[in-house]
Design a protein around this ligand. Structure first.
Ligand code: SF4
Length: 94
């Protein structure tokens, strides 16, 4: 799926950027954004956009229904399982 095609389906379109990229990064700061992501049909495509960008990840907020901390966990899990399986694991650990 081309980037623009999946972005057209994103549930966060038009929502405030600070909801997804808060100035101060703490786990509970992401709760509102994660609620939006939970109903988004393109979480996998969104996650794949950033999953390999670990050098800048801590400055970024919510992508693909994951926090920066959860993406670090997914990267660790990717040594053994697929990204989709890793997503399921971090979501079940919430
Ligand atoms: S998964 Fe979340 S951040 Fe990504 S497009 Fe969907 S709503 Fe937006």
């Amino acid at each position: 799926m081309a980037i623009q095609a999946w972005r057209d389906e994103a549930r966060c379109v038009g929502m405030p950027n600070e909801m997804f990229f808060p100035e101060k990064i703490t786990d509970n700061r992401f709760d509102a954004a994660l609620k939006v992501c939970a109903g988004c049909p393109v979480t996998y495509e969104c996650l794949m956009l950033v999953i390999n960008l670990d050098d800048v990840d801590d400055r970024w907020g919510v992508f693909g229904d994951t926090t920066p901390k959860e993406r670090r966990k997914i990267r660790d899990l990717m040594q053994k399982v697929t990204v989709r399986e890793a997503m399921v694991k971090v979501h079940s650990d919430r």
